[in-house]
Design a protein around this ligand. Structure first.
Ligand code: GAL
Length: 338
């Protein structure tokens, strides 16, 4: 296992490993041109292997977020036996998900970018999922200061697939002051409320008049301890928002902004949803790069995805992938300053 670094003409750098496709460092400039590493993570592959319970920087698959009770019906037959690894539910692909496998690598490049293609064959039955699934994830770093992620997959049996990227960001720098003073904007008028275990109830609920409303940029730390039971039951922001854009087209998901450094990150995706997870489960037990101890809410994730538990929610956009189809998905994290 090894680390790779992509660098663009402006000096931005993206470092990742073929173990789990984990992105361990993202160096981007502030408004004065000073660079900082805005991704939470560890220094060595061994640390990721031993204790990346937080999924820092990893590719998540086969299914990002939760599947209720680790079961669902597919074409009339029951798929069960997915690992129950989060309360009574299945989370992030199981015990050995895409975050814990070794990916093949191949350098790719083109006009205005350098990149790496990561590929992995997930065998029929792996972690309980049907079908041999051939997955690829391309990471690109463009000269427009974008980290582009392109997912593709095919299968030889009907299955479900919902990959995402689990990078944790702090735009002040991973070892800087807490991101709770960042402004967050999420391009969504609706979200998917959940039960106490994070499984959507099935309702598509308006954000209007609630602390879930991020249609205008605002400091997310001010409402993260909201008394709204739909927020407090999950320990803060850890929800899927239903994006206000054409599903399948690349459109705006979210904008995060750190007023101190001036760093801004815009997230674009072809996916219908984004999970804004504010690092509520970080608790000081993980020590990262440079000895930085990550405390509660020291980083946030914007995980572009289909909605949690879609295999059990017929009215959510489907995550079924069938033989002959090609799964394609694209997400862009665009870095800038104000
Ligand atoms: C997020 C999820 C959280 C938590 C986290 C990992 O994607 O929404 O509930 O499981 O991953 O600690």
């Amino acid at each position: 296992m090894e680390f790779f670094t992509l660098e663009n003409k402006n000096g931005l750098k993206l470092t990742f490993t073929n173990y789990g496709g984990i992105v361990s460092k993202i160096h981007v400039p502030d408004r004065d041109g000073a660079f900082a590493d805005v991704a939470l993570g560890f220094e060595t592959v061994e640390e990721y292997q031993d204790h990346n319970d937080a999924y820092f920087g990893a590719i998540i698959g086969r299914y990002g977020n939760r599947i209720g009770k680790g079961r669902f019906e597919l074409d009339g037959s029951e798929v069960s036996g997915l690992a129950i690894n989060n309360g009574e539910n299945h989370l992030h692909g199981g015990l050995k998900g895409f975050d814990k496998v070794v990916w093949q690598t191949e350098a790719v490049s083109g006009d205005g970018y350098t990149g790496m293609k990561l590929t992995y064959r997930s065998a029929d039955g792996e972690e309980g999922y049907p079908g041999n699934l051939d997955a690829s994830v391309i990471y690109k770093l463009t000269d427009a200061n974008e980290w582009v992620i392109e997912y593709e997959a095919t299968t030889d049996k009907a299955t479900v697939f919902n990959p995402t990227q689990h990078a944790y960001f702090n735009l002040a720098g991973h070892d800087g002051p807490s991101p709770l003073d960042h402004e967050m904007q999420i391009n969504a008028a609706f979200f998917t409320p959940t039960d106490h275990g994070g499984i959507p109830t099935g309702e598509i609920k308006s954000v209007e008049g609630t602390d879930m409303d991020f249609r205008q940029a605002r400091v997310y730390g001010e409402t993260i301890d909201s008394e709204d039971s739909l927020i407090s039951r999950l320990g803060g922001y850890d929800h899927n928002w239903v994006l206000d854009k054409q599903y399948g087209e690349l459109g705006l998901a979210a904008v995060a902004y750190d007023p101190k450094s001036g760093r801004e990150m815009k997230v674009f995706t072809t996916e219908p949803g984004v999970q804004f997870y504010a690092g509520n489960f970080l608790d000081g037990s993980l020590t990262g790069k440079g000895g930085k101890v990550y405390q509660k809410r020291d980083g946030f994730c914007l995980e572009t995805q289909h909605f949690p538990d879609s295999p059990n929610k017929g009215h959510f956009p489907a995550t079924t992938l069938r033989p002959g189809q090609v799964f394609r998905s694209k997400t862009v994290y665009a870095f800038g300053v104000r």
